[in-house]
Ligand binder design. Structure first.
Ligand SMILES: [Zn+2]
Length: 145
């Protein structure tokens, strides 16, 4: 006999809206609005982190400064998403990549302007700032010119 509690299955689509606190990392988003890429660097131990961190993950200190992170990247790996998750059901299939910037930072972002066939590990990419129709900043990789 099945001992699991009885359940109902709902077929409603949920729409979630998140408000993410960015009081200690807003410099990144402010910079991105202007097309600049900055990230956090620990003033005590020198650890550079991305995404920006309010506290240092290496020494746990809170003495954090900001540095330019550059936009030139090397493609490390990527995947072609043909079956999109519910939140991207309006999107065409897309490529998500991990690129390594200077200072060893690894960044995850969609790739625009390149077919999946044209991509291979080691390819040169560039980070570019974008804005949603609502004005929220985000970033993508594009092939380096
Ligand atoms: Zn540190």
């Amino acid at each position: 006999m099945d001992s699991s509690p009885p359940t109902l299955v709902s077929r409603r689509t949920l729409s979630l809206r998140f408000n993410l606190p960015i009081s200690k990392t807003h410099e990144f988003w402010d910079g991105l609005r202007e097309g600049k890429f900055v990230t956090t660097k620990c003033k005590d131990c020198g650890e550079v982190t991305f995404p920006p961190q309010a506290d240092c993950p290496k020494c746990m200190g809170s003495n954090i400064g900001w540095v330019d992170m550059g936009t030139d990247a090397e493609l490390l790996t990527f995947t072609y998403v043909m079956v999109t998750p519910t939140s991207f059901v309006q999107s065409d299939p897309y490529v998500v990549a991990i690129g390594r910037l200077g200072q060893g930072l690894k960044v995850l972002a969609w790739v625009e302007g390149a077919s999946v066939e044209a991509l291979s590990p080691g390819a040169r990419l560039k980070l570019e700032a974008r804005k949603t129709p609502e004005g929220s900043p985000y970033y993508v990789f594009v092939p380096a010119a």
